[in-house]
Ligand binder design. Structure first.
Ligand code: ADP
Ligand code: MG
Length: 692
């Protein structure tokens, strides 16, 4: 297979455009794609026709405006190219078809920005992300807005945040004499997931309805031997990964790295980074194709943040950087960062932004699923902090303490094996416990959950960085002695925001106490985290940077909470159903068998020992009683959840979730005592170890 020919073969990419469009049209479109110049509507008809011809040559009969509503999924509605021409049919895609669509918006979440009666919504082409053909349909990436202009998706605010950052970063670079045509956010999301066998999956209502196991005792062997991480791939997994890679490559997704993760049955895929909006589209496509490809292999891909208790959950490390059109990475510290004024100023701005807006950064990754992961000794805690590593940490320390920095050059290292090459040792180690870690020439935001859209955290990162850059330029523009002013401003920021820097173990219990002392936020549940979006200073930053209106921020807060409430309600109802109709009867049946055995033994011979059977039957009977009353409490509390979204979220976080934990603990206790053949659904052992 020629991978270079396979790559992007289903994408309406640069080469196809160049070959199929008149030169002027091609140039105009490239200007829009590369510089974000407004699209010349006059060329839409020509582009649409070329796109249609190309798509038809790839076997497409339909097209769809592909958009990202305020769920974590994508939406699509397919229209065929077919149009009547007398009594014949012709294939057509007009300029208007390409540029705008009008799906009914009433059934997508809007957080109250749109009344149900006002159902109109528009999708508008995003020419900066390439169209592609998949399964007979031409996919046109679009943004989604309401009739009254409010954004109803994640893409429009992402593009607006990129525009804001571009403008402010260019202003900042100008201070240093650099004229960039464009500064783009680059994003590389590392995607974690689980693969389990389809037959086993089908027997678990909780996995089917909620994406995670609501019951299950940990398997005798979890991840303690640390032998899954980077372990050899099992044949079925390897075949799946190969198939997935080839599919992704055909859609122009740069899938690069694949490996086993820490937990049994857990894996990861990392792409080569791309401009933020393209990376977001690619990640949505990746998640979708992971599920579809798994199906082909009789596997199921679980993207939930915490499918199994007792072993690691899945996240999505959001690698984020900024780079100019000429390829200058603004987060590249160079050989001597301490003398790199521009880098140190940019770093200080980002540190300040993360400190000032820690609340909305945390809120951007808030979901019911992710609450199980943050702070569970496997992912960073719910507290935001910044890790800078040894070298930058020492430089910032010296700035803050007013000491002279003594540079530690990277030393040529050898691993001590005579035949191995000498190589420079990195100046930053990895710190996997930090939520926001500097990793060489980018920041890695590690709090994002595995099934979430990558758009959310990047909208926030771009917005708050744009604000910090804008503040810096306002302060430094026109300074008489720019170098001196810049150093002083950088120093001021590091001093003011020193509390957010934490270079040690973020998993330790001491950190929580220390963070509290420093006055850092620690919003453990989505119910608390979403409240940050309502604070005036947080709303203000989105409004000032032109990313959201106030109404849109409030709507988003509402959607986060609504989604949280609904998710936990579905989990609770699923739990009740499995408890009453599967677990309770199964345990009762086993108790009955034990009792019949005891009676039979007694009848056969008075002297046969019955103690263990009696003991087990008694324990189970008691547990099953307690279990049913715990289920009744859950039912009752679920019924009493208030209708107001904010109050409901509080009840879900602090009452219903606790009830669910109790129900689960009792069920898991019974699982340990119940004969395997009576247990009504597959156990953790079968879930985690069935794929060979
Ligand atoms: P690690 O996290 O293990 O250090 P890498 O350095 O290879 O691994 O990068 C991990 C992810 O970071 C990859 O998806 C990669 O594309 C992405 N990445 C690397 N450089 C950048 C950058 N400048 N901007 C955004 N993402 C980047
Ligand atoms: Mg990483």
């Amino acid at each position: 297979m020629d991978v270079t020919r396979l790559f992007g073969c289903n994408v309406f990419g640069d080469e196809v455009m160049k070959n199929s469009l008149p030169e002027e049209v091609y140039k105009s479109l490239r200007r829009t794609i590369e510089e974000g110049a407004p699209l010349d509507v006059g060329i839409a008809g020509t582009v649409a026709n070329a796109m249609k011809d190309w798509a038809v040559s790839k076997g497409a009969t339909h097209y769809t405006h592909w958009f990202q509503p305020l769920t974590n999924l994508t939406a699509e509605k397919h229209d065929s190219f077919l149009e009547p021409d007398g009594d014949r049919a012709i294939l057509r895609l007009s300029g208007k078809d390409l540029i705008v669509g009008e799906p009914d918006a009433s059934s997508f979440p809007s957080g109250g920005t749109r009344a149900t009666s006002a159902a109109r919504g528009y999708t508008a082409w995003d020419p900066t992300s390439p169209a592609f053909v998949k399964e007979g349909t031409l996919y046109i990436p679009t943004v989604f807005v309401s009739y009254t202009g409010e954004t109803l998706d994640k893409k429009a605010p992402l593009l607006k945040s990129m525009t804001a950052l571009d403008a402010q970063a260019k202003r900042l670079l100008k201070l240093f004499g650099i004229e960039a045509r464009r500064v783009a956010t680059t994003v590389g999301p590392e995607q974690e997931y689980f693969l389990i066998d389809e037959e086993v999956y089908k027997k678990r209502k909780d996995l089917i309805l909620t994406g995670r196991t609501l019951f299950g005792t940990p398997c005798a062997r979890g991840q303690e031997l640390e032998d899954n991480y980077f372990g050899a791939l099992k044949p079925r997994v390897s075949a799946f990964m190969r198939d997935l890679d080839e599919t992704l490559w055909s859609y122009g997704v740069f899938s690069k790295t694949k490996h086993n993760e820490v937990a049994p049955a857990q894996h990861e895929l990392a792409p080569v980074f791309a401009t933020a909006n393209i990376a977001v589209d690619a990640n949505q496509l990746t998640m979708e194709l992971m599920k579809k490809t798994a199906e082909k292999h009789h596997l199921v891909c679980l993207l939930h943040e915490k499918p199994f208790e007792g072993i690691n959950g899945s996240g999505k490390h959001n690698n984020w950087s900024l780079s100019t059109d000429s390829g200058l990475n603004l987060l590249d510290p160079g050989e001597t960062p301490e003398r790199n004024l521009r880098f140190m100023l940019i770093l200080a701005c980002i540190v300040a932004a993360v400190d000032d807006y820690q609340g909305i950064l945390r809120a951007s990754v808030a979901s019911a699923g992710n609450d199980h992961r943050l702070g569970a000794d496997e992912a960073p805690p719910a507290i935001i902090s910044v890790y800078l590593g040894d070298q930058l940490g020492a430089i910032v320390d010296s700035i803050v303490m007013g000491r002279t920095y003594v540079s530690k050059r990277p030393v040529p290292g050898s691993i001590g094996v005579p035949s191995s090459p000498i190589f420079p040792i990195d100046t930053t180690d990895r710190n996997r416990t930090s939520p926001f870690a500097f990793t060489g020439n980018k920041f890695e935001f590690r709090m994002l959950g595995s099934q979430a859209s990558v758009a959310d955290p990047n909208i926030v990162l771009n917005t708050i960085a744009a604000q910090a850059f804008s503040d810096a330029v306002d302060a430094l523009e026109g300074a008489k002695d720019f170098e001196k002013a810049c150093r002083a401003y950088t120093e001021k920021l590091f001093k003011q925001h020193y509390r957010i820097i934490f270079n040690y173990n973020g998993y330790g219990p001491d950190w929580e106490k220390e963070a509290e002392r420093r006055g850092l936020l620690n919003n453990k549940t989505t119910a608390d985290a979403a409240g940050e979006l309502l604070k005036p200073e947080n709303i203000a930053v989105f409004v000032r940077q032109g990313v959201y209106t106030e109404k849109e921020v409030l709507a988003r807060a509402d959607i986060v909470l609504e989604n949280y409430v609904k998710t936990i309600a579905i989990e609770a109802r699923t739990m009740i159903e499995m408890a009453r109709r599967e677990i309770f009867p199964a345990v009762s049946a086993y108790i009955k068998e034990l009792c019949e055995g005891i009676a039979a033994r007694r009848a056969a011979c008075e002297n046969l020992p019955i103690t263990s059977d009696m003991g087990t039957a008694e324990s189970l009977a008691r547990l099953n009683d307690d279990f049913l009353s715990a289920v009744e409490t859950l039912e009752e509390d679920l019924k009493n959840v208030p209708s107001d979204t904010k109050a409901a979220a509080g009840a879900m976080a602090h009452i219903v979730s606790c009830d669910m934990e109790k129900v689960r603990a009792l069920a898991d206790g019974m699982e340990r005592l119940t004969a395997a053949k009576y247990w009504p659904f597959p156990t953790y052992f079968e879930l985690l170890y069935s794929v060979r």
